[in-house]
Design a protein around this ligand. Structure first.
Ligand SMILES: Cc1ncc(COP(=O)(O)O)c(C=O)c1O
Length: 388
């Protein structure tokens, strides 16, 4: 078959690639009325101010060439103002690289900083792109054991010394996709110290940044003393500002690290469309004017609470999410794949089997909280009817 000739075995064999086909098959087999809880596409619309800005800017015929690679001034200033307002820290334009989504930035970071003979460290339950990025850049993966018992936080003392010596990057993401675990400032400080001591780049994926529950204070890597000398933060406009389709995000971090990434991207990529850059600047400002982070936190915390009440009623175990868009549920029988099939057949709900996030997720499934309110209430009804 033509397709199998062009896709290298290296890519084909990846579990994450296979699971995408599995989910595609599930969708094909689904009955009408399927509720898809397999993706984290925000159900809250973007703010009208950002949409108006985009419309206004797009009327300018000079707006439609290549985007400003270094970031338009309004956006760079806006990002600086945001960090000052929300995280009480300064971030200057040389510390920012505007990119077309942080998903691809994860791969760029791996390519720039690691390769054959190096190790990339990641928690054993992680966002799939880290596994793929490591594989694609030719480095070896070291999975730091992570589980419910340790709140999906990495225990750095478990990493063998010879691996630490060859490690180039540590990927972390909190609030955590898929579990909703969060990190404390103390733990993040300890990790920054580890990165300093061992000259490892800390790539801190803060995709869900302010979306946290139960009164937790949002945390940025940029607040941590000494972090920008060894670290970068990936910030997404997809979740907080509901602009996933615009493909705009940014990397913040030490000037020297950003310079390396910028040089690489100047050869391989282009900037997001300028209209999106202006719109994103307005959207970001609006988040602190409207208290968007706290409102989203309340919205998804309410859904988490409603969902876990039902899970408890029907006798399912789950990890209590403290932020982000997801609930991580333990399969009551068989592995996450068979439970995904069960939910598809018995409730017409699509979820993601946990092995998409690494082998240690095998016995779980991930449910997204980001549907319309009507669909969410329907999910609760369908789950209540299950006899497990
Ligand atoms: C942990 C994590 N990182 C990155 C992304 C992708 O972000 P972006 O839309 O900016 O590429 C997601 C989206 O689901 C995510 O969950």
């Amino acid at each position: 078959m033509f397709e199998s000739k062009i896709v290298t075995p290296r890519i084909r064999k990846m579990d994450q690639v296979e699971i995408v086909s599995f989910l595609g098959e599930c969708k094909k087999q689904a009955k009408p009325g399927l509720i898809d809880l397999s993706i984290g596409n925000p159900d809250i619309p973007p703010c009208p101010e950002a949409l108006n800005e985009l419309l206004e800017r797009s009327r300018d015929p000079n707006m439609h060439g290549y985007g400003n690679f270094n970031g338009v001034g309004e956006l760079l200033e806006g990002i600086g103002a945001y960090y000052k307002q929300v995280f009480k820290t300064e971030v200057n334009p040389q510390e920012i690289m505007v990119v077309r989504g942080i998903r691809s930035a994860i791969f760029d970071v791996a390519t720039v900083f690691a390769g054959s003979g190096d190790y990339i460290l990641l928690p054993s339950v992680s966002y799939p792109s880290y596994f793929l990025a490591t594989e694609f850049c030719g480095a070896s993966t070291y999975l730091i054991p992570s589980s419910e018992e340790s709140d999906y936080l990495p225990d750095l003392t478990q990493i063998p010394l010879d691996v630490v010596e060859k490690a180039k990057i540590l990927y972390l993401n909190y609030p955590h996709n898929p579990t909703g675990a969060v990190i404390t400032r103390d733990k993040l400080e300890e990790i920054v110290e580890f990165a300093h001591k061992n000259s490892i780049l800390l790539c801190y994926d803060n995709a869900y940044n302010e979306i946290v529950f139960d009164g937790i204070k949002p945390l940025s890597l940029m607040e941590i003393e000494g972090a920008r000398e060894v670290g970068i933060e990936l910030f997404s406009f997809s979740k907080l500002t509901s602009l996933a389709g615009w493909r705009i995000s940014f990397i913040a971090g030490g000037e020297a690290i950003i310079k390396e990434i910028r040089e690489y991207l100047s050869l391989t990529d282009t900037a997001p469309y300028n209209g999106f850059q202006y719109g994103a600047a307005v959207a970001l400002k609006q988040t602190y004017l409207d208290n968007t982070g706290a409102k989203l936190g309340e919205h998804y915390q309410k859904r988490r609470d409603e969902l876990i009440e039902v899970l408890e009623t029907i006798g399912l175990d789950y990890y209590k999410s403290m932020g982000g868009f997801y609930i991580w549920v333990k399969s009551p029988k068989g592995d996450g794949r068979s439970f995904t099939n069960y939910l598809l057949n018995e409730a017409n709900i699509l979820v993601v089997p946990g092995d998409y996030y690494g082998e240690d997720g095998t016995n779980y499934v991930r449910l997204s909280l980001t549907t319309s309110e009507d669909d969410f209430q329907e999910v609760l009804k369908r789950l209540k009817r299950l006899t497990l």
